[in-house]
Design a protein around this ligand. Structure first.
Ligand SMILES: NC(=O)c1ccc[n+]([C@@H]2O[C@H](COP(=O)([O-])OP(=O)(O)OC[C@H]3O[C@@H](n4cnc5c(N)ncnc54)[C@H](O)[C@@H]3O)[C@@H](O)[C@H]2O)c1
Length: 390
């Protein structure tokens, strides 16, 4: 095994040891960086260290641990810390991962501002808070930016780098280089914009999906197929602009041929949906029924302790838990437990699943409830088509 070559001097401080903080800690350690993990709740740090150990050992066993170092070596780079100043001291990069609350984050950055030297980068994982609000008035504003990961960051490489108007270009450059070094795929936003880039694209798609269902043009299930068996396959490999370029003899030719048609269709798009009422009920019903658990002994479904709470590649989970994965006649993924229960999953080939006991699972992901156990499934049908299931 290679030795942790560039772990010193100057490690990384991760502030907030919840879901995202843990994932960042794993990523930084995978590239040999020393990581100090701080949380306002000391219990959270203790739990994080236990769960990171479990997760990284499982990943190593199944051959999915990132980086050149073994799990023990990576784990030895991560330490808990009960003092913010101590966590940040000597760090080259601070990755803030506290809950998405402007006041809370502003207070924390004011604290960091007081203890930061003139070299450390102060980076927020915020999903949607604008840097101009987060970092307003800080003495070290030139060293601040948002580095927004996509959940789960250990498996999804994109990181959006969003500067404050006063962020120094060198801060963005350094963070860009750091993200590349830990195996992520950073993109630079040249100025801040509400929703950053990923959520603006996502919301545009969601809004039109909603309108098509609301106006009775297509059913919720078929609407999702348009993405999972159509557009999504393409967009997993190339973006919308490259798609335009390749769909004709180059971009200019595409615009020449299709711009009138695109503008005509775009003018028929309706207003921003309310995202409530009958359409919300209809979509909820559709997916709730589709994924309802089989009644019976599922609430006592045993989950091996070593995978509970871990975020692991699907193959590892299947091997360890006694689940197998098949497709039912509707094309939906189905998890079958060797002893107890069959539960329908969403359509497509899951990429990773997170097994959680009890509440506190991640937000925003598809989930199948198995009694008290939640199985979160990240759909990646397009990736799996390319044999890139992780
Ligand atoms: N969960 C996601 O899907 C996701 C994706 C991308 C970005 N993010 C962003 O990452 C950030 C963290 O999200 P999460 O899901 O990990 O939250 P989380 O609730 O899982 O973890 C937050 C942690 O911060 C700790 N904390 C609270 N106040 C603190 C303080 N003052 N100092 C130190 N620690 C403190 C909490 O004890 C908790 O352990 C948020 O800004 C969120 O928007 C989340």
């Amino acid at each position: 095994m290679a030795s942790p070559g560039f772990s010193a001097p100057g490690g990384v401080a991760v502030v907030g040891s919840g879901l995202i903080g843990r994932s960042w800690a794993m990523l930084f350690a995978s590239a040999g960086f020393r990581v100090k993990l701080f949380d306002i709740e000391s219990r959270q740090v203790t739990d994080a260290l236990v769960s990171l150990r479990k997760e990284m050992k499982m990943l190593e066993l199944s051959g999915y641990l990132k980086g050149q170092l073994g799990a023990e070596e990576q784990l030895s780079l991560i330490s808990g810390c009960s003092d913010l100043r101590e966590a940040v001291e000597g760090a080259l990069h601070v990755q803030e991962c506290v809950p998405e609350n402007l006041e809370l984050k502003r207070k924390l950055f004011a604290q960091l501002d007081k203890i930061a030297d003139d070299h450390v980068v102060l980076s927020s994982s915020s999903s949607c808070l604008l840097p101009s609000k987060l970092f307003a008035g800080l003495a070290h504003v030139k060293q601040c930016l948002v580095a927004h990961p996509v959940n789960p960051p250990y498996y999804v490489p994109l990181v959006e780098l969003v500067p404050h108007p006063e962020t120094a270009p060198a801060t963005v450059d350094r963070t860009y280089a750091l993200m590349r070094r830990v195996g992520q795929s950073p993109v630079r936003l040249l100025r801040e914009v509400d929703g950053f880039a990923l959520n603006r694209l996502q919301y545009a798609v969601i809004a039109e999906a909603w309108r098509l269902v609301e106006e009775g043009v297509v059913s919720p299930g078929d609407l999702d197929l348009v993405m999972s068996d159509g557009l999504g396959l393409r967009y997993a490999f190339i973006g919308p602009l490259e798609t335009m370029h390749l769909n004709a003899e180059g971009m200019l030719s595409y615009c020449d041929r299709y711009s009138e048609g695109m503008k005509r269709v775009l003018k028929t798009f309706g207003p921003v949906p309310e995202f409530s009422g009958a359409t919300a009920e209809k979509v909820h019903q559709n997916y709730w029924e589709h994924r309802a658990p089989t009644p019976g002994p599922s609430s006592d479904l045993p989950l091996p302790e070593e995978v509970s709470g871990c975020l692991l590649p699907l193959k590892t989970v299947l091997k360890t838990t006694g689940y197998s994965l098949t497709r039912n006649q509707n094309g939906a993924a189905e998890f079958t437990h060797r002893e107890l229960v069959t539960a329908s999953g969403p359509r497509g080939d899951p990429q990773t699943i997170v097994l959680m006991k009890g509440p506190g699972a991640t937000t925003g992901d598809l989930d199948t409830r198995l009694g008290r156990t939640r199985v979160h499934v990240y759909l990646a049908s397009a990736l799996s088509h390319a044999g890139r299931i992780i």
